[in-house]
Design a protein around this ligand. Structure first.
Ligand code: BV8
Length: 242
């Protein structure tokens, strides 16, 4: 593998799942249009009305269960198989990277297919749609919560430190389908740029992160990312693993 691609890191946001039919948070048909983040994706909202918050997640789980990974997700899974030092970091909680075949995914904001006991902290995977009862409860009787990171909550420390380490050592960083609004995830491309990485942004419009990109490729990720990867492979600059 050629040196310039020794380490490749990718950060994805809701935009990579848009063509799978999963609504983004801040776009035209964004999730937040219907609901306001402070009303639902916060611990206070959950404590105030766990039923309302779980009804929102149950609706999202049902919607995502009917969606399939798209060509952009599949391209990243292929890149993981092909590039020796490859790290995928996602802000998404939909699990579509794993369904596309990505095996190592740093989930900064958790995953809505997992839930956690609010008393014991035990985490379980649960793919039932719709949920048989809302709000779901643990066998111990305590409320379960979605195993996601809400606004005002810290990101999992071990995931964040792995993400920071990968970003600081990478030669190439792809930033796919994120508005660059939510921190600390949005600080990662800037850090990569400051550490000398070549940054390529894939989005349908420019974002605050475009400032730190060496290249901004405008267009749907499901079209542009596979095209970019195919061009890189055919350029011979990068031979696929035998
Ligand atoms: C925290 C899980 C410490 C839940 C989510 C500075 C430092 C630290 C914190 C902050 C800070 N400034 C502000 C904060 C607070 C806050 C924050 O960032 N607020 C924002 C709104 C200003 N951050 C936090 O609270 C974080 N916690 O830092 O802890 C702390 C503790 C206490 C007090 C302070 C700090 C926690 C943030 C995590 C919140 N959880 N999700 C759930 O999903 O139910 S965030 C949510 O937004 C999703 O995870 C989503 O992924 C994420 C980011 O959005 P994007 O992925 O970018 O999606 P978006 O819709 O915005 O954009 C889509 C993009 O795709 C667009 O650009 C669009 O053009 C593009 N697109 C559309 N279609 C396509 C496309 N691109 C390509 N192809 C297409 N077809």
């Amino acid at each position: 593998m050629s040196e310039e691609l020794a380490e490749v890191v990718v950060l994805t946001g809701a935009g990579i799942s848009a063509e799978s039919g999963v609504p983004t948070f801040r776009g035209a048909a964004g999730l937040w249009r219907t609901y306001r983040p402070e009303d639902l994706a916060t611990l206070d909202a959950f404590r105030r009305d766990p039923t309302l918050v779980w009804e929102w997640y149950d609706w999202r789980r049902g919607l995502i269960a009917r969606c399939a990974p798209n060509a952009a997700h599949r391209t990243l899974a292929e890149m993981e198989q092909t590039i020796e030092n490859f790290v995928l970091i996602t802000q998404n909680v939909d699990g579509l990277h794993q369904r596309a075949g990505s095996r190592h995914v740093l989930e900064l904001h958790g995953n809505l297919w997992r839930m956690r006991c609010t008393m014991e902290g035990i985490v379980v995977e649960d793919y039932r749609v719709p949920l048989p009862s809302i709000p779901p409860r643990c066998e111990c009787g305590a409320l379960m919560r979605p195993d996601v990171v809400w606004f005002g909550e810290s990101l999992p420390a071990e995931v964040m430190s792995a993400a920071y380490a990968a970003v600081q050592r990478c030669r190439l960083m792809l930033v796919v389908g994120t508005s660059g609004v939510v921190y600390p995830a949005a600080a990662l491309p800037q850090l990569a740029h400051q550490c000398g990485a070549y940054v390529v942004e894939f989005n349908v419009e420019r974002t605050p992160l475009s400032l730190y990109a060496d290249e901004v490729i405008l267009g749907p990720a499901a079209v542009e990312l596979p095209r970019w990867w195919a061009a890189l492979i055919s350029s011979g600059k990068f031979s696929t693993a035998s």
